[in-house]
Ligand binder design. Structure first.
Ligand code: PMP
Length: 394
């Protein structure tokens, strides 16, 4: 069978081996899942029931590609209230999760070989979405306060790029937040060098400490920021519901691409989520999530402080799902995990290599704390600490 070139890269992520080896007796820090115990199952069930009860015959019918207007209005109002934007429903397209926003943006902008700036490291699913359009990647390091703008400028002076992909809030995989100053400077660079910023913000509402800061979109002066949000991490991923904010002209083109991809996101789900938001406080639900995740994050930081060898460094993120572990230069975290940590200590994480478009950094690891119990965090980190100490002593 002759597959298209774009399919080749998707099989190379190396994560298959990791997930194949993961079983019930493994303490997994590798996943990126929300805690299933915290899903608002009853309230969501009531929202679906109420939607069926109120149905006048349209609930199971096709809706529109842009998506259910009352829900788009609620999303716009929420972003206006919390993030100082001034949006209406017309600025918003409902998507099947933020993931579809990544695909549609790449589809909108990329011809084969076009330049894309990605953070190093970045979300592996972003690379998977963009790979299909065969771009040329330019990788810019992520620092503790976000993208390294000095490196970015060097890239921009030498290469033309179509868009820059960033996860400014509680970055996947490092957990870092881009500073306000960098957000402003990034928009100025986009204006100067004529590129689109793809701002992916699925963790934005999950801040455990510190002050909420405006999204990059809030500094957008020329309509260059495409902003993605999602209900996956704040309600439930199986809803497959997210949103994309862009200027009317871009939104029109993206909506046409979405029509060709999947016609529309589920109208049934959109109506039920709208009902949920009408009869429940999302902010109160977020408080529940944040309280629980903050405890887990603190437990992980405390265990790492206690059990990590001196040569290992880690951060203490202010929100999100992940923290980032750095081992000495040259230490291969993928090899360590697949050959020793997973089979012997029964602990897993995501090694750094495949989270870099360049595959050049092998000594990092992403640790998830949201979908692991506090007890497992303590046991898993202790086991990781002793396995690492042994491996580093060799
Ligand atoms: N972007 C980032 C940074 C993510 O971490 C994820 C999920 N892991 C997604 C997008 C996709 O999420 P969804 O499609 O479920 O909204």
């Amino acid at each position: 069978m002759k597959l298209a070139n774009r399919t080749i890269k998707t099989s190379e992520s190396g994560l298959d081996a990791l997930f194949a080896a993961t079983s019930a007796d493994v303490i997994s820090f590798a996943g990126g899942y929300p805690d299933g115990q915290l899903f608002p199952t009853k309230a969501m069930q009531a929202a679906f029931n109420a939607s069926f009860a109120a149905d006048q015959g349209t609930l199971l019918q096709y809706g529109t590609t842009t998506g259910y207007t009352p829900l788009r209005q609620k999303i716009a109002a929420r972003l206006n209230r919390l993030d100082g934007l001034s949006l209406t429903a017309d600025d918003i397209l409902l998507t099947q999760g933020a993931q579809q926003g990544l695909d549609l943006t790449a589809r909108l902008l990329l011809n084969k070989g076009d330049g894309v700036v990605v953070e190093g490291p970045t979300y592996i699913g972003g690379l998977a979405a963009f790979d299909a359009y065969e771009p040329t990647y330019y990788e810019v390091p992520v620092q503790s306060d976000g993208l390294d703008l000095t490196s970015l400028k060097k890239v921009l002076l030498k290469h033309e790029i179509k868009f820059l992909y960033t996860i400014p809030d509680f970055h996947n995989p490092t957990g870092t937040v881009m500073s306000v100053e960098k957000r402003q400077a990034l928009v100025q660079l986009a204006n100067q060098f004529d590129f689109i910023i793809l701002e992916d913000a699925p963790y934005r509402d999950l801040r455990y400490s510190g002050e909420r800061i405006p999204p990059v979109k809030a500094f957008d002066t020329e309509g260059r920021v495409i902003y993605l949000g999602s209900f996956s991490k704040i309600l439930a991923p199986s809803l497959r519901l997210g949103w994309l904010v862009a200027t009317p002209a871009l939104l029109k083109a993206i909506t046409a691409l979405k029509a060709g991809a999947d016609v529309e996101s589920s109208h049934l789900v959109a109506v039920a989520v709208d009902d949920y938001l009408t009869h429940n406080s999302l902010d109160a639900h977020l408080d529940t999530l944040k309280t629980s995740y903050a405890v887990k994050k603190d437990a992980m930081v405390q265990a790492l402080t206690q059990y990590m060898p001196k040569a290992a460094h880690f951060n203490n993120p202010e929100g999100g799902f992940f923290l980032w572990l750095t081992l000495p230069e040259g230490f291969d975290t993928e090899k360590f995990m697949l050959e020793s940590l997973l089979p012997e200590a029964k602990v897993s994480f995501v090694p750094s290599k495949n989270l870099f478009a360049s595959k050049s950094v092998i000594n990092g690891a992403r640790l998830n704390f949201t979908n692991v119990s506090v007890e497992d965090i303590e046991h898993g980190v202790a086991a990781l600490g002793s396995a690492l100490s042994q491996a580093l002593a060799q």
